[in-house]
Design a protein around this ligand. Structure first.
Ligand SMILES: [Zn+2]
Ligand SMILES: [Zn+2]
Length: 257
């Protein structure tokens, strides 16, 4: 069975450079199955304000753009569905506000084959608050994503590492356990490697029967299908990659082939 990359962007994400058409072209020959997962925070905010979610006016702006964003999301769903062939899945990388509001109308969430939940930003981490406050808000974000029934929590500790926080083993343990309780997978992300945290997370996940998912976070075609890091983690924990990483349960519609 081919490995499944749960995390690929098109140029619909502000930082992505890959046209959807490129994935359509390579889908049947690809060395892996994969999901298209653009950022909900780029679909719902217009190009001239594409980073608003990451600012302190993110929520107010979301309310303002929401109706427009719903149309954009419907178009995204229609376009990816139309481009599907081979083992190509429709996904979304979902953002959330601290109060639990998703950056996507909840009525659409069940339409995705693969729903990723991302802790990209929250006030305490942006304000470089004391670690206790950062951990409390991090947990609130993770609980919010789990309540929305995401399938995978992606790059769980990236934002903490990027902002210079030490990620405690107890926080990793908490994250593994709560994802396990909800039957949600945790991503090993090769886009920005958090090796030490990933090893602790992988060991705990295996010990407790929690699923790991493989993600490249492809933004340019050069990263697509490159699983060196995921094999390295699999070697380190002593489980073959083909057995270690998650496969979605849905069957891709064959109509577009
Ligand atoms: Zn992300
Ligand atoms: Zn991503």
């Amino acid at each position: 069975m081919k490995l499944f990359d749960c995390h690929c962007h098109t140029d619909r994400s502000a930082c992505g450079r890959v046209p959807l058409e490129w994935y359509h072209q390579i889908a049947t020959e690809a060395p892996c199955s994969f999901a298209i997962t653009d950022h909900s925070a780029h679909i719902y905010y217009p190009p001239e304000d594409k980073w608003a979610f990451w600012t302190d006016r993110g929520q107010e702006a979301y309310e303002r753009y929401k109706q427009w964003g719903d149309r954009q999301l419907e178009q995204y769903i229609a376009d990816v569905r139309a481009a599907q062939r081979g083992s190509m899945y429709l996904g979304l990388e979902l953002d959330i506000f601290l109060d639990g509001t998703p950056v996507c109308d909840e009525r659409y969430l069940s339409e995705f084959d693969v729903l990723l939940g991302a802790p990209h930003t929250f006030p305490a981490v942006e304000n470089e608050a004391p670690v206790e406050q950062v951990e409390a808000e991090f947990k609130q974000i993770i609980r919010g994503l789990l309540a929305l029934e995401v399938h995978v929590v992606v790059h769980p500790f990236r934002v903490l590492v990027q902002k210079g926080y030490t990620v405690s083993e107890s926080l990793i343990e908490w994250t593994v356990d709560i994802c396990g309780e909800h039957g949600v997978a945790l991503e090993i992300n090769s886009g920005y490697k958090c090796y030490d945290e990933d090893i602790v997370m992988a060991d705990l996940a295996i010990a407790r029967g929690v699923t790991l998912a493989l993600g490249t976070d492809t933004h340019g075609t050069d990263r697509f299908g490159i699983f060196t890091y995921h094999y390295e983690i699999a070697d380190r924990v002593g489980i073959p990659a083909e057995k270690l990483y998650w496969q979605p349960q849905v069957v891709v519609a064959q109509a577009a082939q």
